[in-house]
Design a protein around this ligand. Structure first.
Ligand code: PXG
Length: 457
């Protein structure tokens, strides 16, 4: 092995020889050669061949402040020098961990005053499973163990995270879901709504929760978990009637409501949290990604007083935690990140200016022959490509057209991800109107190129 590889081919060879990538067919990747990203600034990335790319995915839905923010770098440097690590286990803490728990209490909805720290969205959701079961044990409801989630949800890749998720292809590997996790249908009107209006469909599909609770028996159900908008599932925006009905059912049957804010949190939907945007009143909120703008791994479960009081006042020791829970350097970066979001009024700008602008510009694409639906809110959106717009007929198999479009985008300087045939956008929250215009030029061009490829094939 040559330790000083300095050409794309050498890096690709080294990567093929030694690196197993997440969610990747290694054989086909190695045959093609990995794409090496070397530098970032604002909303742009550069690769090892010197190509400039507009990153409309903010890394993996996380680099909310964009690349190259020196204040985040400085926060990490100072904390590393002062105290690079200490744990939060044995009746000790560090200043950044404590200050971050207070800062999170301030920006989350009323009643959220406690944070439990972890390092990823998956770990946060594993924590959630243990926490809700512990809560019901302490309340004397020993059988309230089942957690209800949804098809096509994404809640992580650990045993509990992937089980909570509703991705069949993940369940197929590793005997998942683990016991006590069941799924109902997702609020995906475009695919599943049939002749119903979105509002009718929203009520109907939320009603599946009530049916499932009755089937299991309310005394056996601990919680329901959902993303305000399903991100990895294809930016599935629920009808307006959906969340109020879910909230009503959870309250009626005394079921905890877990709102997974890993993607929607920290400004993505134009408010601090997706729960604000949809006026949801959760009991627990796992969050990660935008918490540090992805500069360092950190996550948290925010716990509502209703649950926290039971855990604190009656719980004794909660036998759960990670070496890096509340890591001081990651916490210092998260604090600086929140401080910048506030000072520069970035969440407000997404809510009132750049978010509506992106959504308006994207809806201009609805006249394009390939575009079945444009959906989204704030700075998260999907453009769903379909075979027939009128009848809402999808391509069969799905995914091939999305991949063609995605490859055109990359070749034309835009990172846009495909989930099936939905093209996904989740750019850094600092994107300007001019940069949205720049993005739209490439999107339009690549949709035309994709349509052209389909016509000639
Ligand atoms: N919850 C949600 C809503 C997520 O989107 C997780 C939990 C898990 O977070 P960690 O940090 O453990 O990855 C996520 C992560 C994709 C993609 O292909 C999305 C995620 C992760 C990897 C790929 O869109 N979301």
């Amino acid at each position: 092995m040559n330790p000083i590889s300095n050409t794309t081919e050498q890096w690709q060879q080294q990567d093929a020889e030694h690196h197993l990538h997440p969610f990747t067919d290694s054989k086909s990747l190695n045959a093609k050669g990995v794409h090496i990203i070397t530098r970032g600034e604002g909303v742009y990335l550069w690769d090892s061949e010197g190509n400039k790319l507009l990153d409309a995915m903010a890394g993996l839905w996380c680099v909310n402040l964009g690349y190259g923010r020196s204040e985040l770098v400085e926060a990490a440097r100072l904390q590393m020098q002062e105290l690079p690590y200490y744990n939060t286990f044995f009746q000790s803490t560090t200043m950044p961990a404590t200050e971050l728990s207070a800062a999170l209490s301030e920006i989350t909805p009323a009643g959220f005053n406690h944070a439990f720290f972890a390092n990823s969205g998956s770990e946060a959701n594993d924590t959630v499973v243990r926490m809700v079961r512990r809560y019901w044990d302490l309340k004397g409801c020993k059988n309230k163990k089942n957690i209800i989630s949804r098809n096509n949800a994404y809640h992580g890749s650990t045993m509990a995270g992937a089980s909570l998720g509703g991705m069949k292809y993940m369940h197929e590997q590793g005997e998942l879901p683990i016991p006590g996790i069941v799924h109902i249908e997702q609020p995906y009107w475009y695919h599943l709504g049939g002749d119903l209006s979105p509002d009718e469909f929203g009520v109907k599909i939320a009603g599946e929760l009530e049916v499932k609770i009755k089937e299991l028996g309310p005394d056996n159900v601990a919680a329901f978990i959902g993303e305000p908008i399903q991100g990895a599932g294809g930016v599935i925006v629920p009808p307006d009637t959906y969340w109020p009905e879910i909230q009503r059912i959870c309250e009626a049957y005394d079921i905890l409501l877990i709102v997974d804010e890993v993607i929607c949190g920290f400004g993505r939907t134009g408010n601090w949290f997706g729960s604000h945007t949809y006026d949801i009143k959760p009991d627990l909120m796992p969050m990660a990604k935008g918490m540090s703008s992805g500069y360092l791994p950190i996550s948290a479960v925010m716990v509502h007083d209703r649950v926290a009081r039971v855990l604190i006042d009656e719980g004794g020791e909660f036998n759960h935690g990670f070496t890096y829970s509340g890591h001081p350097v990651a916490a210092a970066v998260a604090l600086a990140n929140i401080e910048i979001l506030k000072r520069e009024k970035i969440v407000e700008t997404v809510g009132s200016d750049t978010g509506p602008y992106l959504q308006k510009r994207l809806r201009e694409l609805e006249n394009h022959p390939l575009v079945g639906e444009v959906r989204g809110i704030g700075l998260v959106a999907a453009i769903e490509l379909v075979k027939d717009k009128k009848s809402r007929t999808l391509f069969d198999p799905t995914g091939e057209v999305g991949t063609i479009c995605r490859d055109h985008c990359t070749q034309n300087g835009l990172i846009m991800r495909a989930t099936g045939d939905s093209m996904i956008l989740s750019p850094p929250l600092i994107i300007s109107r001019e940069q949205i215009d720049e993005l739209m030029v490439i999107v339009e061009k690549c949709l035309d190129k994709t349509a052209h490829d389909l016509a000639v094939s």
